[in-house]
Design a protein around this ligand. Structure first.
Ligand code: ATP
Length: 343
């Protein structure tokens, strides 16, 4: 997260320990080892996680099955009660909110999308999407207008009267997304929302999500076990293993400097040129007569043809249009073929 970004959601020292007597055990030993817990018949789904998630950020939680992703997401949304730790939404301690406040916060500030969320089979697309507003007591004309707006937004305009069983899996997922957006959530939790879809539809839905985000600028916490999906969507990725966040960084940071073999195993098959930026591989400023120019934030894959075509080093500019380095065609080629250009 950039320094000047506002923190929307934060957590400090969050633990979720499963098993009878977990609270008492944690009260006696606030930093238990996995072995100690096992001996007591307990198990930590989430171990001591602290995060700051910026407003408008797409924050991905990634890891193998059983690593604790869903449990962390549920703790952050307080769908389940953490055993220890704090969660702050806009600086307010969510774990101290009373039941009534929590219902209000969930209804008005949080949206949730799950892999298998139940659309109501006897309700039309319009009524499914308007359903959360019905619960809020929003009058019919207003809730239908809002529902039509979000149905349009997710590309289902014209299908308002269809029933769920008349829609494809991808379309049903769009209805679920529209329904979660109907209440204009500030925080959007998505737990493996596209995992049940075939690869082609999945790719379309990822593109759709990025398009929606460019318009809506929600704070998004998105769980996936698919690293390709993570790097396509993420501003930052938290990698989880055995309940812990073992690395947190941009896709580029994870690919260039994986913290350990577990992270490296995810990044191995990633096309480096799709995540590495000019800033990471550029050389010193050079005098050059080339007319081409690239931005420090440009991905190598996107600028490769232009730089190779230029035939000699191309100036690199930052967000203030200042020249901060140069990018040589050979470095671009090395990145494209997966050779570590920084070596
Ligand atoms: N209610 C529960 N009681 C006991 N153990 C649980 C409970 N819920 C989750 N766990 C355990 O906590 C660990 C983390 O589970 P979690 O569902 O968060 O993993 P995940 O990374 O989301 O996995 P997946 O990708 O398979 O959904 C797992 O070992 C799981 O068995």
């Amino acid at each position: 997260m950039a320094n000047d970004d506002r923190v929307k959601l934060a957590c400090r020292g969050v633990w979720k320990v499963f098993g009878r007597g977990a609270e008492e055990y944690m009260a006696n030993d606030p930093t238990p080892t996995p072995d100690g817990l096992r001996a007591a018949g307990l198990m930590a789904g989430v171990r001591d996680v602290s995060l700051d998630i910026g407003e408008g950020e797409i924050f991905i939680v990634m890891g193998l099955s059983g690593s604790g992703k869903s449990t962390l997401l549920r703790c952050l949304s307080r769908l389940i009660e953490p055993t220890a730790g704090q969660v702050f939404l806009d600086g307010i301690d969510l774990l101290r909110a009373g039941e009534a406040d929590l219902i209000e916060i969930r209804r008005h500030k949080m949206g949730m999308v799950f892999q298998h969320f139940a659309l109501l089979p006897h309700l039309s697309v319009l009524d499914n999407v308007a359903f959360p507003l019905t619960i809020q007591g929003v009058p019919r004309p207003e809730r239908e207008a809002r529902a039509r707006e979000v149905i349009e937004l997710v590309g289902l305009g014209g299908r308002e009267t269809a029933f769920p069983n008349q829609l494809s899996g991808g379309q049903q997922q769009r209805v679920g997304i529209a329904r979660s957006l109907a209440v204009k959530p500030e925080l959007w939790f998505l737990d493996e929302p596209f995992s049940a879809l075939d690869p082609l539809i999945r790719g379309e839905m990822q593109a759709e999500l990025l398009r929606l985000q460019s318009v809506l600028k929600k704070t998004m916490i998105f769980v996936t076990h698919d690293f390709d999906e993570a790097i396509r969507l993420a501003d930052r990725i938290a990698i989880m293993k055995d309940g812990e966040v073992i690395q947190l960084g941009t896709p580029e940071q994870l690919v260039l400097e994986p913290a350990d073999d577990y992270v490296a195993a995810f990044t191995r098959n990633v096309q480096r040129a799709k995540v590495v930026t000019a800033r990471s591989v550029m050389g010193p400023i050079r005098n050059t007569s080339v007319h081409q120019i690239v931005r420090a934030s440009d991905k190598i894959a996107d600028i490769a043809p232009a730089v190779i075509e230029a035939g000699s080093p191309v100036p690199v500019i930052d967000e203030h249009e200042m020249v901060i380095g140069s990018l040589a065609p050979q470095v671009v080629i090395d990145t494209l073929i997966g050779k570590d250009a920084r070596a």
